[in-house]
Design a protein around this ligand. Structure first.
Ligand code: SAM
Length: 275
């Protein structure tokens, strides 16, 4: 009995060592090459876009906990579509693991960046109209039947989409570059007819560029969202500081939109915890 307990202690110590700096890159390389489960890939950042996988898997777990059988995961700003295709492949793995269906949606103009809307807030010194065009035929040929590509300015497509939404949002990857576009897209979490899990997981792609500051770009869109939105607030996803690769930049690009009104009405039914 004691020996078994000791064995567990040694094994725990060994596993913790493997997560330390000198070994973790090697372990990740091995994990990437082995046919392991999606939770192991997520834990070890063993995919091209760990920010998408972590946001999507956490959203699916939250949905399952609340008895919700399907959610949307969306990319705002698709361009060639490499992110959307990654999202689609992770969705399949997560569905198998959790039983929750993940509806993949991509929003884009289809023709690259629209004209900047006026001033420094869209970083006109950084982006140019037409940047990041899409090859629509190439991308559509690779989308699975359940995945959706919604083309047009988010100013119009977001309110239209909300009218026909069939399940709550769970994860959003924000990569529209402009303050003005991001502000419009975030309305999906603010309008009274919003449908979202009580926590929606968010990734913001453009908050660590040299040009970024909190008076422009995605950072300003987040600040304004919080001052204008009464019931939903966006803040950093703090618990990611416990990850194995916690020092990677994407960890600091993850946020959570908390639906305070929904949380007010949600009371946990689980058994009492004992420490
Ligand atoms: C940097 S690219 C996205 C890259 C993509 N997420 C990836 O990882 O490969 C930014 C995209 O945002 C789109 N975009 C910017 N403003 C938009 C708007 N108002 N409505 C729709 N799409 C917009 C542009 O068309 C452009 O393709």
């Amino acid at each position: 009995m004691e020996r078994t307990k000791e064995g567990f202690l040694y094994m725990g110590f060994l596993l913790r060592m493997l997560e330390e700096q000198p070994f973790r890159l090697l372990v990740r390389t091995i994990v990437k090459r082995l046919p392991l489960g999606v939770r192991t890939y997520e834990r070890w950042d063993a995919v091209d876009r760990p920010q998408y996988l972590t946001g999507m898997l956490t959203a699916a777990d939250l949905a399952r906990e609340g008895g919700i059988d399907s959610i949307y995961v969306a990319e705002f700003g698709v361009a060639r579509g490499h992110g959307l295709l990654a999202m689609q492949s992770y969705a399949q793995l997560i569905e198998k693991e959790t039983g929750v269906s993940l509806k993949v949606v991509g929003f884009d103009t289809g023709s690259g960046l629209p004209p900047a809307r006026g001033d420094f807030r869209d970083h006109p010194d950084k982006w140019a109209e037409g940047d990041y065009p899409m090859d629509e035929a190439w991308l559509r040929a690779r989308l699975l039947p359940g995945s959706e590509l919604i083309l047009g300015d988010v100013r119009q497509t977001v309110p239209e989409f909300m009218k026909r939404q069939v399940c709550p949002l769970g994860f959003l990857a924000m990569d529209l570059d402009f303050y003005s576009s991001t502000k419009q897209a975030l309305e999906i979490l603010r309008l009274p007819n919003r449908q979202m899990l009580r926590r929606v997981f968010l990734y913001f792609d453009d908050i660590f560029l040299t040009e970024n500051h909190r008076f422009a770009g995605e950072r300003l869109a987040i600040e304004e969202f919080n001052s204008e939105s009464e019931f939903v607030k966006i803040d950093r996803w703090y618990s990611l500081c416990g990850r194995i690769f916690r020092d990677l930049r994407w960890v600091q690009q993850m946020y959570v939109a908390h639906d305070l009104a929904a949380i007010n009405n949600f009371h946990s039914k689980r058994a009492v915890q004992i420490v």
